[in-house]
Design a protein around this ligand. Structure first.
Ligand code: URA
Length: 433
C-alpha cells in the first residue's frame, strides 16, 4: 500500500490512480488520515494533470460513498432533481424546487455554497433568519416522505468528502476542472436516490465553462458517470454572460424568487426556470411531451401553488419569513444614477459577482463571514431606455463603506450605451436528452 505522499508524487508526475487508490484517498480525507494540505495538493494536481474518465468515475463513487445515502421510503412520486454548474444571480433552484413539487415530483435538493465567483443556493437560503440547511438524514427522509421536498447541504453524514473538497476548491483556485466538477455534482446527486437528473450546463464568460465545447466536454464526463450508475440525465445548455434575473446577493435573490413565485419572473429567469422544470416533469413521466410539460409548469406557476410550497418549506426548516423581511428592510441602499441618456447595456456578470463578493456577499477564505444583505438590485433590464438622473441600480451591504465602494464600482459595470444592445432571443442554447 503506497503512502499518501507517494500517491501525490505519482499524481504530480501525471500517473493515474487506481480505483482502490482513489477510494482509499477519499476515505482518508473523511477520517482525517489525509491532511488538508494533502487534499489541496491533490486538487491542484487534478487541475494541472487532469483526471481520466476512470479516475473521475472512481472519485465520484468514492465521494458518494463517503457518507450515507437517502433511502427511497414509501414516497410514490418520481424523485427528480436539477443541479447547475454554477452561475451569477442563479436563483433558479429556489423557484424550480417548489414548482417541481407542485407539478407532482419529489425533490431532494442537496446544494452547495458559493464557489469561485458564483453564488450558492445554501448561502442564499441561510439569509432567511433561522433557516437550517444542515439537516439530519432522518429529517431529510421524513421531509421527503411527507412533503416531497427538502433543500439542504452536504453534512458530516451526507457526502462529507464533497463538503471538505468543495470548501478547499473554493479557496485554492481549483474549481474549473471537468473531473472535479463532475465528481462534486454527481456525488451529491447519487446519494439522493434519484429517478432522474436535469443538469443546467452554464456556458459563457461568467460560467466555469466559457465555451460550448468545454461545457460539452463536461456533459460527456457527467454522462459517462451517470451511465455507470444508471441515472437518467438531461442536459440543458444555457447562456451565462449576464446575471440571471434582476438581483445578485443572497437575501436579494431569495426575495426575487419569492416574489416571482407569487407573480411572474424577469423574462430570462422565467424562461430558464420553465424549461428546467419542464425537463424534470418529462423525466419523471408526469407529462408525455415537452410541450405538455411546459404547459403544465406554466399553469402550476399561475396557480401560485408553488408559492405556498416555498413558504411551507421555509417554515419547516426553521426559517422565519416575516422576521427576515423586517430585518432586511431596515437597510438603506446606495443609488446608482444614470449620468447620460441612453440604453442599459448587457451587465458583465463576472465583474458584478466579484464586486458583490468584495462587498461581503461571498468568501475569500473558508472562514469568511458572509454578509447576506450584500448585493445589487438592477432596476432596468438590458436594452431599456433610461434618462440622465434615473436610478438604474441599488447597492446593498450591512457595512456602509463596503456598500459605497460597491456603488462606485457599479458605475462602470452597469453601462449606458447610445443604442440598444442586440440580445440573444433565448438563454437556452441546446438540450441533450
Ligand atoms: N456545483 C457543485 O456542486 N460543484 C461544482 O463543482 C460546481 C457546481
Amino acid at each position: 500500500m503506497k503512502s499518501t505522499k507517494e500517491l501525490l508524487r505519482q499524481k504530480k508526475e501525471g500517473a493515474p490512480w487506481t480505483k482502490h487508490e482513489m477510494s482509499s484517498f477519499v476515505e482518508g480525507m473523511v477520517t482525517e488520515r489525509v491532511s488538508q494540505p494533502q487534499i489541496a495538493a491533490f486538487l491542484m494536481a487534478a487541475c494541472t494533470r487532469g483526471l481520466t474518465v476512470q479516475e473521475t468515475a472512481a472519485l465520484t463513487l468514492a465521494m458518494a460513498n463517503s457518507g450515507a445515502h437517502i433511502v427511497r421510503g414509501l414516497s410514490q412520486q418520481p424523485r427528480i432533481d436539477k443541479h447547475s454548474t454554477g452561475g451569477v444571480g442563479d436563483k433558479v433552484s429556489l423557484l424550480l424546487a417548489p414548482l417541481a413539487v407542485a407539478c407532482g415530483l419529489s425533490v431532494p435538493m442537496i446544494s452547495g455554497r458559493g464557489l469561485g465567483h458564483t453564488g450558492g443556493t445554501l448561502d442564499k437560503l441561510e439569509s432567511v433568519r433561522g433557516f437550517r440547511t444542515g439537516l439530519s438524514i432522518e429529517e431529510m427522509e421524513s421531509f421527503l416522505q411527507h412533503h416531497n421536498l427538502f433543500m439542504a447541504g452536504q453534512t458530516h453524514e451526507l457526502v462529507p468528502a464533497d463538503r471538505i473538497m468543495y470548501a478547499l476548491r473554493d479557496v485554492t483556485g481549483t474549481v474549473e476542472n471537468v473531473g472535479l466538477i463532475t465528481a462534486s455534482i454527481l456525488s451529491k446527486k447519487i446519494v439522493e436516490g434519484l429517478d432522474g437528473l436535469v443538469m443546467d450546463m452554464k456556458v459563457g464568460r461568467a460560467a466555469f465553462m466559457n465555451t460550448l465545447g468545454e461545457a460539452c466536454a463536461l456533459a460527456e464526463s457527467m454522462q459517462a458517470v451517470c451511465s455507470e450508475v444508471g441515472l437518467p440525465v438531461t442536459f440543458v445548455f444555457s447562456r451565462m454572460d449576464a446575471p440571471i434575473g434582476m438581483t445578485i446577493g443572497n437575501w436579494l435573490e431569495i426575495e426575487e424568487a419569492e416574489l416571482a413565485l407569487a407573480t411572474s419572473a424577469e423574462k430570462g429567469l422565467q424562461e430558464i426556470t420553465i424549461e428546467l422544470v419542464a425537463q424534470m416533469v418529462l423525466l419523471g413521466k408526469v407529462a408525455t411531451s415537452i410541450a405538455d410539460a411546459r404547459n403544465t409548469v406554466a399553469g402550476v406557476w399561475k396557480s401560485k401553488m408553488a408559492h405556498s410550497v416555498f413558504h411551507q418549506m421555509i417554515a419547516r426548516q426553521g426559517g422565519s419569513w416575516n422576521e427576515s423581511v423586517a430585518y432586511y428592510s431596515t437597510l438603506i441602499p446606495a443609488e446608482i444614477v444614470a449620468a447620460t441618456d441612453g440604453y442599459i447595456g448587457e451587465v458583465d456578470a463576472r465583474s458584478l459577482a466579484l464586486a458583490t463578493i468584495d462587498a461581503g456577499a461571498g468568501r475569500f477564505v473558508e472562514s469568511d463571514f458572509i454578509d447576506h444583505a450584500a448585493g445589487v438590485r438592477l432596476l432596468h433590464s438590458a436594452g431599456s431606455e433610461v434618462r440622465s438622473g434615473d436610478t438604474i441600480a441599488l447597492a446593498y451591504a450591512s457595512d456602509d463603506t463596503k456598500r459605497d465602494v460597491l456603488a462606485a464600482q457599479l458605475h462602470s459595470i452597469v453601462k449606458i450605451t447610445a443604442a440598444p444592445v442586440v440580445q440573444e432571443p433565448s438563454l437556452v442554447i441546446d438540450i441533450w436528452s
